[in-house]
Ligand binder design. Structure first.
Ligand code: GLN
Length: 197
């Protein structure tokens, strides 16, 4: 199978490495491809939307024609894991800042995001999170992280930190406010690979 990492901006190599390792360990033969241009998204069985700067990422994806392609394949059921800025981009609704700047979102998941939920004091931190489906806490790395402030009925909340929703799933979409590609624990990647059926 082919797993595409949107490679326009952000922490790409970490995602490539973590996904290759997770697939290998799960006994899945996977080719990991970096997506910089249009024409590749539709050849992939799953996609990763990395962290970075959601404004830049969103604009470039739109300009390159990748945003349209992602929207189409998601509607056809292709699983997508969005981390941090990737979570912001998956959202259907943003906060006041997002609305004011009119940054483009993919508008695929029925959630509202708070783009910089943890403020300046806590720009980055690590913590142990309970994550639904994992039998012990996950060490999560947060970097200028967003959170989910509202969600529709068929969105499943998977993890909360300090009263903030930091992970959720809706059908084929997995949204994480933190960076599972930055730690050695590959259980969340494994969780995502299971979503591929
Ligand atoms: N808060 C950033 C944004 O919305 C995301 C930060 C990250 O991906 N590490 O652009």
């Amino acid at each position: 199978m082919r797993i595409g990492i949107i490679a326009i901006q952000g922490n790409i190599e970490e995602h490539v490495n973590a996904m290759s390792k997770a697939a290998r360990r799960a006994g899945i033969e996977a080719e990991i491809v970096k997506i910089k241009h249009k024409g590749i998204v539709q050849t992939c069985d799953a996609l990763v939307l990395p962290g970075g700067e959601s404004t830049t990422l969103g604009r470039l994806m739109k300009r390159e024609g990748i945003a349209d392609e992602i929207q189409k394949v998601v509607l056809a059921g292709v699983p997508v894991m969005g981390t941090c800025a990737g979570l912001v981009l998956l959202a259907r609704h943003g906060d006041k800042q997002v609305e004011r700047t009119k940054q483009p979102l993919l508008e695929l998941m029925d959630i509202r995001v708070n783009r910089n939920a943890f403020g300046r004091q806590r720009e980055s931190f690590e913590c142990l999170l309970d994550f639904k489906g994992l039998d012990s806490p996950f060490n999560a790395v947060f970097i200028r992280a967003p959170c989910i402030t509202e969600y529709d009925r068929d969105v499943e909340v998977l993890s909360e930190y300090d009263g903030h929703i930091v992970a959720a799933r809706q059908k084929n979409l997995l949204a994480l406010a933190f960076h599972p590609e930055l730690t050695d624990d590959l259980r969340i990647h494994r969780y995502f690979l299971k979503m591929l059926g």
